[in-house]
Design a protein around this ligand. Sequence first.
Ligand code: SF4
Ligand code: SF4
Length: 381
Amino acid sequence: MSQLKLKDLYDGFRDPETIKAFKKIIEEDAKKLEKPINIMEVCGGHTHTIMKYGIPQLLPSNINFIHGPGCPVCIMPKERIDHAYILSMQEDVILVTLGDMIKVPGSNGSLQDARSKGADVRFVYSPMDCIKIANENPNKKVIFFAIGFETTTPMTAALLDVVIKQDIKNIYFHINHVTVPEVMKELIDSRDEHVDSYNHQIDAFLGPSHVSVISGSKIYEEFPRDYNKPVVVAGFEPVDVMQSILMIIKQFIENRCELEIEYKRLVSYEGNIKAQELINKYFKKSSLFKWRGLGNIKDSGLKLRDEYLTYDAEHIYKDILPIGEIEDHKLCICGDILRGMATPPECTIFGTACKPSTPIGSCMVSSEGACAAYYKYGNLL
Ligand code: SF4
Ligand code: SF4
């Protein structure tokens, strides 16, 4: 028997014939809709797939996408980047973070700029790599600048668990974990408040499936129930997205409003209970977290529980970390893009002053950002 390869796991979900078959069924079913529907894909991973595979071109004109705020890098406000920058400039600190975070501009520059000024900034694929760095540098303080939605929070909690159990004395945390349902509520509620300025009503959501692998689909339960918005938790391959769109269309045709899971390969209603317990052990809700472009959103952030404050770099370095608010670049419309009110080409500096090599706003920095996806794949549309 031949060995299973990684591509065998996703090939079928990228199959052009299957995608075309879905296109045909969607076209037929969409004719039965009474009015156009606007589907918000909350997650940057979905935006990337939608743009990469030209999915808007495959859909009839009464099915529209609204790109949402779902990239943990894009939503990081300058204030938090400035914290990372200041921490990294401390002589005895090694600042560690994940992926694209290193390139996001704060008001003093990015972490990449800090590195060019001599700061020890490192990026890792797994938070657990901090342990090796801490062991190799016993005289330094390793600060993990933790970012991400429910997807990456368990990894931070697992690192803290090891740090405590192994009594590692030189690892600290700057926590920037955020949660998805609260921002979805904010996006609906703010539309109600500013009904004149929002021309795009959200009719349904594609739910991020990575998040639900951890939290379960149950975190979206209130959207069909209390907000009358169907949610389909969708996988990240183009066939997953097409199937999820079809599931949403069918709900409208059949007059249903439900929470459904398309990505049954990994998502369950309950999610990963062990990971949830680990998160609850170390984290609690922070009453307000500022999202870039969206402002303060109630209960949308996490912070370490009080008994773990000795590991909290934000607490330890509170005297040198600024707390004031910082404005974004005045031409950058990331806020409107993250709210799904505008698309990247509507920004006057999209692709000119702002491009992946010289990003001005965060949506151009992260590969999951809407501006970066439009820049990379926009010519396919
Ligand atoms: S971490 Fe997963 S769920 Fe979150 S934005 Fe990225 S792909 Fe989407
Ligand atoms: S193109 Fe650049 S400046 Fe314009 S909204 Fe996107 S990130 Fe902001």
